[in-house]
Write a protein that binds this ligand. Structure first.
Ligand code: UD1
Ligand code: UDP
Length: 368
């Protein structure tokens, strides 16, 4: 049996892997390597528990650190595991330092890489994730692009072989779980929230957590009149404490700061919210698919379809624009099926199988 190694390390990667791991289960010997980039219970274990992912076979325990340090530790610690496991192919996800470290380690050992979320671009090279994506795509063998835009981005960089528009893997898992949460409004009671009357906030990007930008965001959030619920990423929590800003939010009666929540709780909070304010990539997509207006605290987005269809506005970290958005943004237009049909993991399985069987020609029609 061919062996497939999945390499993950950060919250959204556990979510993405859950879908692909489960469809490959009966056909392949699978190994999970967790880099240890995220390690708190509510940033890591909770997703394995909730999404029925088996315990990782290895945890490289790289922990937090500077970009170079994290990436280098992954390469060093991964190399020996890959030599031992001899996978037929490695699957990497998204754009984190774990993705980049894994891609470099595999490419040096001539192990084929399948990149889930290939071709996603912000065109902002100051963003660490953009560099991670570009390099990972350059050294990957199979490119699983989530959208037509991502396929086009790869083509512009000269990557045209073995590129497949599989659909977005986050849609698979979202679709599966949305029906399950219809009746879980009771969670709102725990937070004293009412359906359609609160704003959900998440912030974690490097560009939004320096002192100046975080101050601007906090000043805007503290002026929102609606109830606000804010599951706090540990990076943001540390910075809010360091810059003495946490009290400005905690002091407001309408703002609830909570620890990061599990995937199911997050979907419930998203689904029944009035509006989402975020800098997360994944949450912008989820908001679009569910049909919740999204205000994105970034200067650009990879998920441009959500903006083009009028459901997402890009406001950066300008306090005035954030507040205007919260008051005035009420999209109503149609949303399209840009993220596929919720079967992207099955599409990926078909492609991986064909590749490993040696039956893949230059290009495979996944609809065959
Ligand atoms: C990383 C990814 C980002 C992704 C995000 C998902 C990179 C460059 N960035 O950002 O693309 O959107 O994950 O959430 O890979 N920390 C803890 N406990 C943890 C994890 C982190 O306290 O379990 C704190 C540490 O202080 C750490 C900081 O958060 O220094 C940032 O963590 P890191 O993994 O470097 O980046 P993220 O902001 O999580
Ligand atoms: N998420 C979660 N709990 C939280 C915050 C986010 O389960 O407290 C989920 C969210 O629903 C989405 C994914 O994590 O599926 C997005 O991860 P994140 O925002 O950390 O990273 P990004 O998508 O920006 O890389």
């Amino acid at each position: 049996m061919n062996k497939i190694v999945h390499i993950v390390g950060a919250r959204p990667q556990f979510i993405k892997m859950s879908s692909l791991f489960s469809v490959l289960k009966d056909s392949y010997d699978q190994v999970i390597i967790h880099t240890g980039q995220h390690y708190d219970f509510d940033m890591s274990d909770i997703f394995f528990d909730q999404l029925n992912i088996p315990e990782p076979d290895y945890n490289l325990e790289i922990g937090s650190g500077k970009h170079g340090e994290q990436t280098a530790k992954i390469i060093i610690r991964l190399e020996e595991k890959l030599i031992k496991e001899k996978p037929s192919i490695v699957i990497v996800y998204g754009d984190t330092n774990s993705t980049l470290g894994a891609a470099i380690a595999c490419s040096k050992l001539n192990i084929p890489i399948a990149h889930v979320e290939a071709g996603v671009r912000s065109f902002n090279r100051k963003m660490p994730e953009e560099i991670n994506r570009i390099i990972t795509d350059k050294v990957s063998t199979l490119h699983f692009a989530p959208t037509k835009t991502a396929v086009d981005n790869l083509a512009k960089e000269g990557i045209k072989g073995l590129v497949f528009n599989t659909g977005d893997i986050m849609y698979d898992i979202l679709k599966k779980n949305l029906t399950k949460i219809e009746h879980r409004k009771s969670l709102l009671k725990e937070y004293n929230l009412k359906e359609g009357e609160y704003v959900l906030v998440t912030i974690h990007r490097e560009a939004n957590t320096d002192r100046e930008n975080l101050e601007k965001i906090v000043s805007a959030l503290s002026l929102i009149e609606e109830p606000v619920i804010f599951p706090l990423h540990p990076r943001t929590k540390k910075r809010l404490v360091q810059y003495n800003l946490l009290h400005k939010l905690i002091g407001k009666r309408n703002i609830q700061i909570i620890n990061p929540v599990g995937y199911i709780e997050m979907l419930i909070l998203e689904k029944f919210s009035k509006l989402i304010v975020t800098d997360s990539g994944g949450i912008q997509k989820e908001a679009y698919i569910i049909g919740i207006p999204c205000i994105t605290l970034r200067e650009e987005t990879e998920w441009i379809e959500t903006v083009n269809d009028g459901w997402n506005i890009i406001v950066g970290n300008d306090a005035k624009k954030i507040l205007e958005g919260v008051k005035e943004f009420h999209p109503r237009g149609r949303r399209k099926n840009v993220f596929g049909d919720g079967n992207s993991a099955l599409n990926m399985k078909k492609i991986i199988t064909s590749y490993l069987n040696g039956s893949m020609k230059d290009k495979l029609d996944i609809n065959d």
